[in-house]
Ligand binder design. Structure first.
Ligand SMILES: NS(=O)(=O)c1ccc(C(=O)N2CCN(Cc3ccccc3)C2)cc1
Ligand SMILES: [Zn+2]
Length: 263
């Protein structure tokens, strides 16, 4: 039954000890998406992604990734449509990456690993009044996942890359304004997979409608190398640890269906 907590089998994550039991535990993220098992759903609406660069506020190192945070006190940067019933507000975006270009993404497609994955995090502003509230509720969050591949330089990303040396250590924050997260979206946002999942970091709550883009974006090797120059550790700590491999291991599908917006 839903109340029975299952033991989520997972290898110990380098960054934090995976809890042995998660309440429910039958819709955990990330997962591998098997293309031939995903179900085309013709009723999925087009996504409406409208971001206002004026809501961009700061960038900070939280000791696990770096987050670009937005003013989410009004409906200026929003996500609607697709599998979503309600309107969601953008609150932050962050990335997950590896120590090498061979791995780093949290989700995979037919077991294909990408060197990094971007998460644009939104919360249901029709049903809840704060992110902290929505994070505990089913379908409280909607996260867009975008795979990164190493290739040509991403001009829009460079402004963000240039800000990273200022937040090298955990808990450092700098002002970061007038950045349009729309520049990080792939040219085609009509083709995506969607499934019911969870946060991939504590509290791992099963509150997320995942929307994983089929089309990846390209960034240069040097841009990704700057991500790896960040540190998990604060300025006070002796041993400096490079911020790499900040991804969670994959979780069982538990009978969930992954839908696709394309046939
Ligand atoms: N990788 S992911 O996209 O799944 C993702 C991970 C973390 C977050 C995030 O901003 N927080 C998770 C909770 N945390 C703070 C918090 C809030 C309430 C209760 C407890 C703790 C912030 C959002 C998305
Ligand atoms: Zn994430």
């Amino acid at each position: 039954t839903a109340s029975s907590s299952r033991f989520v089998l997972s290898r110990v994550h380098p960054m934090w000890q995976e809890p042995l039991a998660i309440p429910g535990g039958d819709r955990q993220s990330p997962i591998n998406i098997t293309m031939r098992k995903s179900i085309y759903d013709p009723h999925l609406q087009p996504l409406s992604i409208r971001y206002d660069p004026r809501t961009c506020q700061q960038i900070w190192n939280n000791g696990y990734s770096f987050l670009v945070e937005f003013d989410d006190t009004t409906d200026k940067s929003t996500l609607r449509g697709g599998p979503l019933e309600d309107q969601y507000r953008l609150c932050q975006f962050h990335f997950h990456w590896g120590e090498s270009n061979a791995w780093g993404s949290e989700h995979t497609v037919d077991r294909c690993l990408y060197p990094a994955e971007l998460h644009l995090v939104h919360w249901n502003s029709e049903k809840y009044s704060l992110f902290e509230e929505a994070v505990m509720e089913e379908n409280g969050l909607a996260v867009i996942g975008i795979f990164l591949k190493v290739g040509k330089r991403h001009d829009g990303l460079q402004k963000l890359v240039d800000a990273l040396p200022a937040i090298r250590h955990k808990d450092s924050v700098v002002e970061f304004t007038r950045f349009d997260p729309g520049c990080l979206l792939p040219s085609n946002t009509d083709n995506y997979w969607t499934y019911a999942g969870s946060l991939t970091t504590p509290p791992l709550t099963e509150a997320v409608t995942w929307i994983i883009m089929k089309q990846h974006i390209e960034v240069s090797h040097d841009q990704l190398a700057v991500f790896r120059s960040l540190l998990f550790t604060s300025a006070e700590e002796e041993a400096q640890k490079s911020m790499v491999n900040n991804f969670r291991c994959q979780q069982p599908l538990r009978g969930r269906t992954v839908r696709s917006s394309f046939s």
